[in-house]
Design a protein around this ligand. Structure first.
Ligand code: ITT
Length: 197
């Protein structure tokens, strides 16, 4: 069985592939099929994840998992949210986005935040019942960056219970507790109930 990872984000591929590795599924990134990027025109994580999964399934003819995720910051009324990847503008780097986040928050004491991850598994392009699972991960936005691991906003996402940022966790540690790790566990148990791919 082959499953396409419908994402162009190497950080997501890295984490998802590691968690799917023990399963008897051949996991392939969409870059192996030259799947072009699709416009994320939705206003919710769920809509965008469905768009990306369906697009990859249509082009490859294979089942696909898409991940739409982002950071919700309470002191910014939920921003950057679904716009997390392009917070500092179209084509912004992770560093640009972090810089913008820290400058928008400035000395705002309300720094509670959470990552959201919605995973969609679609078995074929017109699958009427894609599996949809989501999870969140609570933390606090730091005043400055710490850690070299992970990707995206990880260097400024502090987890009080672990007393470090998510960029200071190993991939295994992050996957065990993150929004993506939890959403994938939910998706895999749902998939099992439904009889697999
Ligand atoms: P694809 O759409 O191709 O999957 P993308 O990076 O554009 O890649 P999203 O639209 O879902 O993905 O944007 C998610 C952004 O949220 C991502 O670029 C990160 O900045 C941030 N993000 C999501 N999960 C994260 C994590 O585990 N750690 C740090 N930042 C994360």
């Amino acid at each position: 069985k082959t499953l396409v990872l419908a994402t162009g984000n190497p950080g997501k591929v890295n984490e998802l592939a590691q968690m799917l590795n023990p399963l008897e599924i051949n996991v392939v990134p969409q870059s192996d099929f030259n799947v072009p990027e699709v416009a994320e025109t939705g206003t919710t994580f769920v809509e965008n994840a469905i768009i990306k999964a369906r697009h990859a399934a249509k082009i490859t003819g294979l089942p696909a998992i898409a991940d739409d995720s982002g950071l919700e910051v309470d002191g910014l009324n939920g921003a950057p949210g679904v716009y997390s990847a392009r917070y500092a503008g179209e084509g912004a780097s992770d560093q640009d986005n972090i810089d913008k986040l820290l400058s928008e928050l400035a000395n705002n004491p309300n720094r509670s935040a959470r990552f959201w991850c919605v995973l969609v598994l679609i078995r074929h392009a017109d699958d009427p019942t894609p599996l949809i699972c989501s999870a969140s991960w609570e933390g606090q936005i730091t005043q400055s960056q710490d850690g070299q691991g992970g990707f995206g906003y990880d260097p400024v996402f502090y987890i009080p219970a672990l007393n470090c940022t998510s960029a200071q966790l190993t991939k295994q540690q992050k996957n065990a507790v993150s929004h993506r790790g939890q959403a994938l566990q939910r998706l895999l148990s749902e998939l099992k109930l439904k009889g697999g791919l």
